[in-house]
Design a protein around this ligand. Structure first.
Ligand code: FA5
Length: 362
């Protein structure tokens, strides 16, 4: 090839390179596409421009002089196009939107900023087009309930305490005065993980954990998941939530328990709510009661919400409290049942089916 031919060929290819590179940079609609174009056209190792540069360097002095100005012009135009594309994509990302590719021209509406016209492309924002509705999620009804319970008991002076869901037999049973032969410990009625550990079956475990690490006075609630292999029906689930309360001090009586639960019930369910205690039995309280609530005492139905009672002296002994000096009350209520009462939900399974038609009502 003569020197003249080589120069002509290089000039022609420079133009071809320029056209293709400008188009690719302007069209790039996301960072990955732009980067691929950069590598292809301006890549330091095998980019198209690099190859042109090598051929340029190989030209004799006269050829270099002929091609040089055009060579420099193409290089700066292509680099500039790349920088503009980069700025356009960064701006689009900062505004949280999809930047329009240059090839997509707006079809109507108002145009913004003649000044923003770049390299043959108009930056456009059509604010007559309806916006995309942002779908906001809602908190799960049980989350609402738990937050409200924490607020109400907080006002009554109860602090929030916590304990693990995987428990040992000491905290789930023994310290709660539930001996090994007690039917509540039957492996068929619990989720044992190994012979000594199980998924806790009640939040009463947290009573023990708190008393083990703290001297009286104690005034706590604990809210969390508990697990029982109960058959699922409208009011039972194998994983549900309980709220536990514990108040230990000198001279605490059953009257305090009833007052606190009435205050709570009226704050959570409304001023008309009545509560009543029914004699019952729990190994860790003596006396023990079932707590029922009702809106209409004359003829209205009583609904059981949980158990309660005065802390059994054996429980105090297990944690090193002197039962001659301290008394206390404890209660444990089902959180799902409370939430169901409040919102007129008739089936506990709705909480766990993830049906958005149900969930979005809260
Ligand atoms: C207890 O779990 C005791 N720990 C409560 C207690 C605490 C008594 C402190 C005394 C002192 P019980 O097994 O009754 O008690 O459960 C308490 C509440 O949990 C029930 O009244 C009910 O509201 C709820 N509950 C029980 N089983 C289920 C279940 N499978 N699904 C949904 N809620 C349940």
């Amino acid at each position: 090839m003569s020197e003249g031919d080589a120069v002509d060929k290089l000039l022609a290819e420079l133009s071809e390179f320029e056209r293709a590179a400008l188009e690719a940079f302007e069209r790039a609609s996301d960072a990955a596409t732009l980067e691929a174009a950069r590598v292809r056209f301006l890549g330091q190792r095998r980019g198209w421009f690099k190859q042109l540069e090598q051929r340029f360097r190989a030209l004799p002095r006269e050829g270099k002089r002929t091609c040089g100005p055009r060579f420099n012009e193409v290089r700066s135009r292509v680099r500039e196009a790349f920088s503009k594309a980069q700025a356009r994509l960064e701006q689009g990302a900062a505004q949280g939107g999809q930047p329009e590719a240059a090839a997509v021209q707006p079809t109507g509406g108002l145009r913004f900023g003649g000044a923003a016209v770049t390299a043959g492309r108009a930056e456009a924002f059509d604010f007559t087009v309806p916006g995309k509705r942002v779908r906001r999620g809602t908190l799960h009804p049980l989350t609402h309930t738990i937050e409200e319970l924490i607020r109400i008991f907080g006002r009554l002076g109860f602090e929030l305490a916590d304990g693990p869901e995987v428990e040992d037999e000491w905290h789930n049973f023994e310290a709660l005065n539930i001996p090994p032969e007690h039917p509540a410990r039957d492996p068929n009625d619990n989720f044992y993980l190994d012979p000594r550990r199980l998924l806790r079956s009640q939040t009463s475990t947290v009573q023990i954990r708190v008393m083990e690490r703290q001297r009286p006075p104690v005034r706590i609630i604990a809210i969390g998941r508990v697990y029982r292999p109960d058959v699922h029906d409208a009011t039972h689930f194998s994983m549900f939530h309980q709220i536990e309360g514990l108040y230990v001090d000198r001279h605490v009586t059953l009257a305090h328990l009833k007052t606190v639960l009435r205050q709570f019930a009226q704050a959570y369910l409304g001023p008309d709510v009545q509560i009543r205690f029914r004699p019952s039995f729990f190994p860790f309280t003596e006396p023990s009661v079932e707590v029922d609530m009702s809106w209409d005492v004359r003829g209205g139905q009583w609904v059981e919400l949980g158990g309660a009672g005065m802390v059994d002296p054996n429980v105090f002994r297990a944690v090193g409290y002197d039962p001659e000096e301290y008394t206390g009350f404890a209660f444990g209520l089902g959180v799902e049942r409370l939430c169901m009462r409040r919102h007129g939900i008739h089936d506990i399974r709705l909480f766990y089916e993830n049906d958005v038609r149900f969930l979005k009502q809260f």
